[in-house]
Design a binder for this molecule. Sequence first.
Ligand SMILES: NC(=O)C1=CN([C@@H]2O[C@H](COP(=O)(O)OP(=O)(O)OC[C@H]3O[C@@H](n4cnc5c(N)ncnc54)[C@H](O)[C@@H]3O)[C@@H](O)[C@H]2O)C=CC1
Ligand SMILES: O=C(O)C(=O)CO
Length: 331
Amino acid sequence: MPKREERGTLKPNIFIARSVPPEVEAYLGEHCSYTKWEQEDPIPRDKLLASLRDAEGLLTSGGKIDDELLEHAPRLRAVSTISVGYNNFDIEAMKTRSVIGTNTPDVLNDTVADLIFGLMLAVARRIPEMDRYVKEGAWKRGDDKTLFGLDVHHKKLGIIGMGSIGEAVARRAKFGFNMNIAYHNRNRKPDTEAALEAEYLSLQELLQTSDFIVLMTPLTPETKGMIGLGEFALMKRTAIFVNASRGATVDEQAMVQALQKGLIFGAGLDVFEHEPVSPDHPLLHMPNVVTLPHIGSATAQTRLDMAMLAAENLVAALQGHAPSCLVRELR
Ligand SMILES: NC(=O)C1=CN([C@@H]2O[C@H](COP(=O)(O)OP(=O)(O)OC[C@H]3O[C@@H](n4cnc5c(N)ncnc54)[C@H](O)[C@@H]3O)[C@@H](O)[C@H]2O)C=CC1
Ligand SMILES: O=C(O)C(=O)CO
């Protein structure tokens, strides 16, 4: 009897919908028979649907996994996303067809938290604006009050969504910058409160009293648009708002209005409602808004770790083992 791996036809069929590092592809090749999308640009929906007819597994990093897709993929048993966020999973559609869904938590916590801290500092100390100022030859005097920003150290940081990444941000704030930590979360976290001297607040109290507000909840029906004009109006006029969760957790039009009216000092954004954001979006033309192209986890090492974890999840699921990162709603 040949060993299972030697009988190529017995390996599960998978489709790799985005490029992955060579070592990840090699690992998948050992355990699966695969076809893949060869280009760096995201796969168009029609091509994805056409690629799934025989697929038992799908490795992806976005795009709706919904009834339409599942109808085109009658043999699909598992979808593994190379991301923590899985708001692209239609959980009911997947449950109905018993399709497993996995994600890649934790391996990116520190990388994303570093970037969030970068955004906090960039907005508070106006770093991109000052960079342009020097490069455009506008630097005339050494001590100019118009260049002043806001302090980060010893200020109050309010985290909405104190999960794995929120906690990594809070640790940097507490131990690196002597900040006071407040948080609002679905549930209270006594151990975190003790370790970081963190204070649990209602959303309203957090918005009213924080100097920095970091939004880090997943995008769900409950969190969609959770920060709107009313929430911005509660914030301090000197507050800095940072969003690295998903664009749609914030009402973007309301954020534009809040910034135009001077309701807050500025904003740092890694995510947008529509990505890539349009170059004429008003948020891109405000000097007190720092914008990034959704690069929270974008370092070579972290992206490799995420892709490998996603590959391991997919192989485990297809081999009938429990994948380590089954998404909560599909457990
Ligand atoms: N910008 C980027 O590149 C990245 C963005 N993300 C986004 O960040 C999100 C969070 O990631 P993790 O910290 O790993 O997830 P997590 O699941 O560890 O933490 C999320 C936290 O949000 C809380 N939460 C959920 N609904 C809430 C609500 N209505 N009100 C208050 N709190 C609520 C949960 O209780 C949990 O503590 C992901 O779902 C993803 O959308 C994640 C990684 C990178
Ligand atoms: O992991 C996620 O959810 C991202 O947004 C990208 O790393």
